[in-house]
Design a protein around this ligand. Structure first.
Ligand code: ADP
Length: 215
């Protein structure tokens, strides 16, 4: 099954993608994670995109399209995948469609997590991540075992530079302008499932599983 998770920043795409990995063994492919890893490693790509991510701006389409093109060719993606954070613009959606077509594949379903944007700003204020291994926590919803420390590697947790309130507002604006139109794009193709994203992670996962006919 080839899936896309759509939704504004902070809607819980990453959390749901991780549940899908655990329960359906579908690999999570997150352009945000791939870009942050490049920044951590200090690669050419990382240096180029760092100021964009820090300010909540989109990375140019050609760069992310190329990243996904290569990532989808890897072995673990041949039996299905969950895209999280891609596509984010119409040109990205069109490029993905063309790429999959060339490979004789297609998207099976697009899950749109519908959330209240006011609530998101609050949610994102509590997000903390591990600068070493990328693990994600939330001060209230999923706190680490030891305050301020990563459960997996013990590193000091940090707030993502783009999770501060004014950057979150900016990302929400970009979502409304560039990404929300993708719902129409996929609705026209009869692929869109709108899911209420305001419950807890298990409730949302249950609703997604129902929509996918997985239960
Ligand atoms: P969120 O969904 O919480 O906004 P992500 O981790 O998906 O966070 O993305 C973080 C940042 O990475 C974005 O604000 C943007 O700068 C960049 N990015 C990720 N995916 C894309 C994409 N498909 N196109 C352009 N920029 C992207």
């Amino acid at each position: 099954m080839n899936l896309i998770l759509l939704g504004p920043p902070g809607a819980g795409k990453g959390t749901q993608a991780k549940l899908m990995l655990q329960k359906y063994a579908l690999p999570q492919i997150s352009t945000g994670d791939i870009l942050r890893e490049a920044i951590r490693l200090g690669t050419e790509l990382g240096k180029r995109v760092e100021p964009l991510l820090a300010n909540g701006k989109l990375v140019p389409d050609d760069l992310v399209i190329q990243i996904i093109e290569e990532r989808l060719k890897r072995d673990d993606a041949t039996q299905g995948f969950v895209l999280d954070g891609f596509p984010r613009t119409l040109p990205q959606a069109e490029a993905l469609e063309a790429q999959l077509k060339r490979a004789g594949k297609k998207i099976d379903r697009v899950v749109s997590l519908e959330v209240d944007e006011a609530a998101i700003v609050g949610r994102m204020g509590g997000r903390r991540s591990c600068p070493k291994d990328g693990s994600v926590f939330h001060l209230v919803n999923s706190p680490p075992k030891v305050t301020g420390k990563c459960d997996k590697c013990g590193a000091d947790l940090v707030q993502r530079p783009d999770d501060v309130p004014e950057k979150v507002q900016n990302r929400l604006r970009i979502y409304a302008q560039d990404t929300a139109p993708l719902k129409d794009f996929y609705e026209k193709r009869n692929l869109l499932s709108r899911i209420d994203g305001m419950g807890n992670a298990e409730q949302v996962f249950g609703a997604i599983s129902d929509a996918l006919g997985k239960k």
